[in-house]
Design a protein around this ligand. Structure first.
Ligand SMILES: [Ca+2]
Length: 236
């Protein structure tokens, strides 16, 4: 009688399955899978404060919305002007030229107690910022003595705030006979600078007199920046 086989067929099949199962389980995962996992960033660790402190300071300043762009601010702001530099004046705003420029002037009085008050020559220096001032009394006068007779278009009186509420203008060819050509007679005037224009329309004059009757303010004198004599151009 033939000896039975130590293992039956079923046993062989079972052994083969176990072998294959153990072999597959011992295989390591493919390297490609392992390297893919290693390339991912490490997990974030630490507290929020630790994370904030690890950020470079320069990067924090550049991304802060409230931080002003220093370079742009430097180019946008213009440098301030020097404090001691006077403001620019318009050309011709304070300097004028006229027929009585630099002529002889007679004045009944002068008052120069203040630095802004000048002598009678300030009436014809062509500078609208310099002025003559009288004593603090009514009944004053000034006379412009031109070097020659001049056909005059108009006379402009550039008053300071210490003007006259009553005054008149007269012309003469010799200083003896006077003809009044303008009278200004007000009960009151504003205490502010003004310019009065007296038309002569080509009348000849060698001397021009302004009789100052009443002061605008009794506490002040009479004061004029300039008596401007505009020559006649021949055209009305
Ligand atoms: Ca002047």
């Amino acid at each position: 009688m033939k000896n039975p086989a130590p293992f039956g067929d079923a046993m062989w099949v079972r052994a083969l399955i176990l072998f294959l199962a153990s072999g597959c389980a011992s295989q390591s995962p493919p390297k490609s899978s392992s390297s893919a996992l290693d390339s991912r960033p490490p997990p974030v660790k630490g507290t929020l404060d630790e994370l904030a402190s690890s950020v470079p300071v320069a990067q924090t300043q550049t991304i802060t919305p409230d931080a002003p762009p220093a370079k742009q601010a430097d180019t946008a702001l213009a440098p301030p002007p020097p404090m001691d530099q006077p403001a620019p004046k318009e050309s011709g705003a304070t300097r004028i030229s006229h027929a009585a420029l630099g002529c002889e002037v007679e004045a009944s009085s002068s008052n120069m107690k203040f630095a802004s008050e000048g002598p009678p020559s300030a009436l014809v220096d062509g500078d609208l910022t310099t002025r003559w001032s009288s004593q603090y009394k009514d009944g004053q006068h000034v006379i412009l003595k031109l070097p020659r007779s001049v056909a005059v278009d108009k006379v402009r009186l550039h008053w300071e705030a210490a003007s006259a509420s009553k005054y008149s203008v007269a012309i003469s060819s010799d200083g003896n006979r006077w003809e009044t050509i303008h009278a200004y007679w007000r009960t009151s005037v504003k205490l502010e600078p003004r310019t009065d224009e007296v038309p002569l329309k080509g009348r000849e004059a060698r001397m021009i007199k302004v009789d100052l009757e009443t002061r605008a303010n009794p506490e002040w004198g009479f004061s004029l920046f300039e008596i401007e004599v505009v020559p006649w151009s021949g055209k009305p």
